[in-house]
Write a protein that binds this ligand. Structure first.
Ligand code: NBP
Length: 482
């Protein structure tokens, strides 16, 4: 059988486009799909690239088409399907062969799969691929986790197919085992936050101020020429420009306001909480998607719950205020995401290079933006605690622009418009700029009902207790072990 340089199983949206991208860069690809008819359809549409593919009707023939050590990309639905493919493929592999899961895996699954495959002498890579269909075809951002040795087997191909930023590939091995999939998960969390914040500004303009879709579209288009320049701002303008072919009205107005999610946003929150962190802006975005799904309840709420009505927002905010508010909130949500990466890196021993991560997100991926170049710069001289909001360049931006964010949030709240992600961003900023917060009262409460003890501001040690029995309590001084 003809030999191909690399194998790929799973010719769905991402797999098919990735296979075409690899072939276009001059590498031959052995292709397989569970449902054979998809392979025929793929070859029929591959055009001039079709002779770079070796069709493998079975996983056995896929393995047979590859030189050793074999490298096989698995691009199937995340979860059980990946385990199923690995189980079916394994009998046809030899020690040293490299399996690459390029789907959106939970990084804990990646760690488990790597450990199991390494024990049998195979190599495993968990590879996060971002950029959607177009990215996979023309150049995604690629986040690799796995051993150096495993990455060496595929680095030439990975770096050839990746997006490029100023000539450099947006692909890197970021660390061992689940590092790549974890970074991809947090990337998606930041993506959720950015989309939600854009939608909140859109809601303020359309539902609050009653501006036309065309006006809002022009504003986003204009912002894409400034510090907010990014893929998500660009496609927002393009989405708003689109008309429903059936009604001639803005397409967005014909779309039901119920948002789907596949899990990576939620995983970001779960992992943050497990690590004792809070990514509150991402949390707000994930929560807002869940609330959006409660369409029936919102319809009842619209009848029964009162508040300011559309049009009661008062004088319009300055466009520049909105732009600066979104920039400040974007900085804050990225800061939370990178803080999570930093803590996870320490916990799992990944030694993540945060500057490198920002670099490979500058092109190809969904959150690519002008901001990421500045973030890469900021992490080359790491700020205290890897906290981006404390890096000099971002201190300047935040001190200049959080006032706008504050005005936008205050105006929205008074007008009865829901801005959970923008509000969360201000809340984080205001918490982090206070050396003394309100935690002393919570410590006193915990000691009161649970004798948990507290630290004092004027002495070392942590076992201090308050004179609570001296204070009057209507509850009879009940203490509990919370
Ligand atoms: P699609 O839904 O387009 O394709 C799914 C593929 O999985 C098909 O080839 C399907 O084979 C295969 N598959 C399934 Br479903 N169950 C299988 C099983 N039990 N055994 C073997 N193959 C199975 O998905 P996609 O959008 O290409 O996504 C693939 C991965 O990439 C996912 O992990 C996704 O989260 C990730 N991802 C997607 C995007 C995106 O924008 N779409 C972006 C980044 C990452 P069949 O033809 O036989 O049904």
């Amino acid at each position: 059988m003809a030999e191909a340089r690399i194998g790929l199983t799973g010719l769905g949206v991402m797999g098919a486009n990735l296979a075409l991208n690899i072939a276009e860069k001059g590498f031959s690809v052995a292709i397989h799909n569970r449902t054979g008819s998809r392979i025929d359809g793929f070859i029929a549409e591959a055009g001039v690239l079709s002779d770079r593919f070796v069709v493998a009707p079975t996983l056995e023939s896929l393995a047979a088409a590859l030189p050793r050590p074999r490298a096989v990309i698995i691009m199937v639905k995340a979860g059980d399907a990946v385990d199923a493919v690995i189980d079916l493929l394994r009998p046809h592999l030899d020690a040293g062969d490299v399996l690459i899961d390029a789907g959106n895996a939970d990084f804990r699954d990646t760690r488990r799969r790597e450990a199991a495959l390494l024990a049998e002498g195979f190599q495993f890579i968990g590879m996060g691929v971002s950029g959607g269909e177009q990215g996979a075809r023309n150049g995604p951002s690629i986040m690799v986790g796995g051993s150096q040795e495993a990455y060496r087997a595929i680095s030439e191909i990975v770096e050839a197919i990746a997006a490029r930023y100023q000539g450099l590939p947006c692909a890197a091995r970021l660390g061992p085992d689940g590092a790549g999939h974890f970074v991809k998960t947090v990337h998606n969390g930041i993506e959720y936050a950015d989309m939600q914040m854009i939608a909140e500004i859109y809601g303020l303009l359309r539902q609050g101020e009653g501006r036309s879709t065309e006006t809002v579209m022009s504003l986003f288009e204009e912002w894409n020429g400034g510090p907010l320049k990014s893929y998500l701002i660009e496609i927002t303008a393009r989405v708003l420009a689109a008309r429903d072919p059936e009604t001639g009205q803005p397409m967005v107005d014909a779309i039901l306001d119920r948002v789907g999610q596949k899990g990576t946003g939620r995983w970001t929150l779960i992992e943050a909480l497990k690590l004792g962190q809070s990514v509150s802006v991402i949390e707000a975005a994930v929560g807002a998607r869940s609330w959006s799904a409660a369409k029936d309840l919102r319809e009842i709420g619209a009848e029964r719950l009162t508040g300011p009505r559309a049009g009661e927002i008062g004088p319009a905010l300055l466009d520049a205020d909105l732009e600066r508010a979104l920039l400040a909130a974007r900085v804050i949500s990225h800061a939370q995401g990178f803080a999570l990466l930093s803590v996870a890196s320490a916990e799992f021993g990944w030694n993540l290079d945060l500057a490198r991560i920002a670099e490979i997100w500058r092109a190809g991926c969904i959150i690519r933006s002008a901001l990421l170049d500045d973030i890469a710069g900021a992490f080359r001289n790491p700020p205290p605690g890897n906290s981006l909001i404390l890096a000099p360049a971002f201190v300047r931006i935040l001190n200049d622009d959080v006032g706008s964010l504050r005005r936008v949030v205050a105006r929205s709240v008074l007008a009865g418009l829901s801005v959970p992600a923008l509000s969360a961003a201000v809340g984080y900023f205001d918490t982090m700029r206070r050396a003394r917060g309100t935690g002393a009262l919570i410590q006193a409460q915990r000691d009161f009902f649970g004798a948990h003890g507290f630290e004092r501001i004027d002495r070392d040690g942590n076992g201090f207790h308050g004179p609570w029995s001296m204070t009057r309590s209507d509850s009879g001084g009940h203490r509990d072990g919370f």
